[in-house]
Ligand binder design. Structure first.
Ligand SMILES: Nc1ncnc2c1ncn2[C@@H]1O[C@H](COP(=O)(O)OP(=O)(O)OP(=O)(O)O)[C@@H](O)[C@H]1O
Length: 567
């Protein structure tokens, strides 16, 4: 069966029953964000972030009700909680896990082992939030900071940017490895180094980062590299030394910076990616390192071939349950639960509580889907034509409050980096300024989200640009004056691969997502389309394909499957 054969072949709903959702929504009119009560500082910041009239979304109601509630354990040993938060894109899952984690950290601040007198490491966080990309880590740490202005917990983003060499290698593997290519650059060397804390600087309570970067802080930069990584290559001595420096080898090897003994909470955001075949080894290694640091050994057994998106391989031959009980609170979250992840959880975390929105694996109801038939001529010209139609619609749409109508932003997903670059070049020639980003491109900025400026949702009272200044990240600027509403001078079009399809919260100005290549499967489609129509905003996904005449069967099958996601 192919990737579009059946949504349920790839999106696993086992155990994702309505659970306590109906119960929680019945209560939600009086429940709000107030019961169980949030600490006042957190509540005030939350109001600033989501607005004074906001109600919790379904997944937030569930998380507040179940994760925040006091533990009923009576014995002296803490009972560590395990939760899966599963809800559609743009439904507020970040806040759903941040609220209970931040509140718990604040409430146990004094009583916890945070001082860790035995640790000699510079950082000894109490919570880790893991994400697959530097960009998402950066945005999530920003969300957490927004909620913590008053609660005074310290959050640090520990991600890294691009590694051209690995990404280039990965790109050769082609479309089926697109996700791997997109995320592979997290293991690169052109990293943002976390500035070591000065002796008087307060240690961070929470680190947000990719598993690779966190592991590097725990084990020391270069821990997973050997001279073999450069020895085989025909390089000059100077180039070899440069590679050593990039990889953290030899005299460039760094001391471990982070201790894990204090970690009480671990959140795995985009869990289906971080437990997929390409990431799971690193993710599970980090989880077992945390356990070991907290005095409990967890064996790292290899997984059977659970990890394929191919539905024929999703049933494990050996269904033996090997329960893992990590000695910390463990939250996984995702908008899509493939069979592989569901099987993994059944096998290793059978008592994990699954909190699920009833709209999981559905497109947002505020998202309109449109299908555009290729003209049979130049496909790049077809895309340009549809972009200009979007702006023509904007220019006559009401709601511009008497001023110049604001043109909306367009996010375009291609499958391959080369196509991304070709489309960008074409549109630029036609006078449309673009931002293009691929896993192997050098235009992702180290430790910053400036390359996404104007496209990500702005944070109240604080922009990512200001945030970048904290990190001393230089942004490129040609100094030319730009009109923020002119698509010739200010980018209104971003072109990328699946790299940016995961988790990022784009601006409500981004109303249109164009999918110009066939997504690998429905999971990929849901995440790409879900960059628009977030938090109840209206949006549109435009799916290009050959829907008429000979050779149109595949596109029409996709169209039928996508229509089922919208029901
Ligand atoms: N209760 C709420 N009311 C209004 N807006 C909210 C609420 N909760 C969250 N939001 C806003 O919704 C947007 C989407 O939130 P978030 O990025 O956490 O979604 P998500 O479920 O993680 O999506 P994805 O699956 O794509 O990662 C954010 O801009 C957030 O500020």
């Amino acid at each position: 069966m192919d990737a579009y054969g059946s949504p349920s072949g790839h999106l696993d709903l086992r155990g994702l029953t309505k659970n306590s959702f109906e119960e929680s929504t019945k209560k939600s009119s009086s429940f709000g964000f107030t019961s169980p009560p949030l600490i006042p500082g957190l509540l005030r910041c939350l109001r600033d972030v989501v607005g004074p009239n906001a109600k919790p979304t379904a997944i937030q109601s569930l998380s507040i009700q179940h994760i925040l509630s006091p533990d009923s354990t009576t014995d002296s040993q803490p009972r560590w909680k395990q939760f899966l938060l599963a809800a559609e894109t743009g439904s507020g899952k970040s806040i759903a896990y941040l609220l209970p984690v931040l509140q718990s950290l604040k409430q146990t601040e004094k009583s916890s082992s945070v001082s860790s007198p035995q640790s000699t490491r510079k950082e000894n966080p109490r919570a880790l939030i893991l994400a697959p990309t530097h960009e998402l880590s950066r945005q999530l740490s920003g969300f957490a900071k927004d909620l913590l202005h008053e609660a005074k917990l310290k959050v640090v983003c520990a991600s890294r940017a691009n590694l051209p060499t690995r990404s280039t290698e990965a790109s050769k593997r082609g479309t089926s490895r697109e996700m791997k290519m997109a995320f592979d650059d997290e293991s690169g060397a052109t990293e943002m180094d976390v500035k070591p804390a000065a002796p008087t600087t307060r240690q961070a309570d929470i680190f947000v980062g990719t598993p690779t970067k966190i592991l590097e802080m725990v084990k020391g930069r270069g821990w997973d590299r050997t001279e073999d990584d450069i020895e085989d290559q025909d390089l000059s001595l100077e180039e070899k030394e440069r590679r050593r420096w990039k990889l953290g080898l030899g005299r460039w090897k760094a001391e471990p910076e982070m201790g894990l003994a204090n970690v009480e909470w671990v959140v795995v955001d985009e869990a289906d990616v971080l437990f997929d075949p390409d990431f799971q080894e690193t993710t599970r290694l980090l989880l077992s390192e945390i356990s070991a640091a907290r005095g409990q050994t967890i064996a790292l057994t290899p997984e059977p071939s659970l990890w394929s998106f191919d539905s024929s391989e999703t049933e494990p031959s050996d269904k033996t349950v090997e329960v893992i009980n990590y000695p910390f609170n463990f939250i996984l979250t995702s908008a899509t639960i493939p069979n592989s992840l569901s099987n993994y959880l059944e096998r290793h975390h059978p008592s994990m509580q699954r909190l699920v929105s009833p709209k999981i694996h559905r497109l947002p109801t505020t998202l309109q889907t449109e299908y555009v038939d290729w003209s049979g001529g130049n496909k790049l010209a077809d895309i340009e034509k549809r972009i200009r139609q979007v702006w023509a619609e904007d220019s006559v749409s009401p709601g511009a409050a008497g001023g110049v109508p604001k043109l909306s932003k367009v996010l375009i997903f291609c499958n391959k980096g080369k196509k991304v670059e070709a489309l960008s070049e074409y549109l630029e020639e036609k006078g449309i300024k673009t931002v293009w980003l691929t896993g192997s491109g050098s235009n992702r900025l180290k430790g910053s989200n400036r390359h996404l400026e104007g496209f990500l949702k702005e944070r109240p009272g604080r922009s990512d640009v200001e945030e970048d200044e904290d990190e001393n990240v230089e942004a490129e600027s040609d100094g030319a004056p730009t009109d923020p509403n002119d698509p010739k001078t200010t980018p209104h079009v971003m072109i990328t691969t699946s790299l940016l399809s995961r988790g990022l919260d784009f601006s409500p100005d981004l109303k249109n997502v164009f999918i110009v290549d066939e997504p690998r499967n429905l999971i990929d489609f849901l995440h790409r389309a879900g960059r628009s129509a977030r938090a109840g905003q209206r949006g549109r996904v435009v799916v290009f394909g050959k829907y008429e005449g000979r050779g149109s069967e595949r596109a029409r099958t996709i169209r039928r499957r996508v229509a089922e996601l919208g029901k």
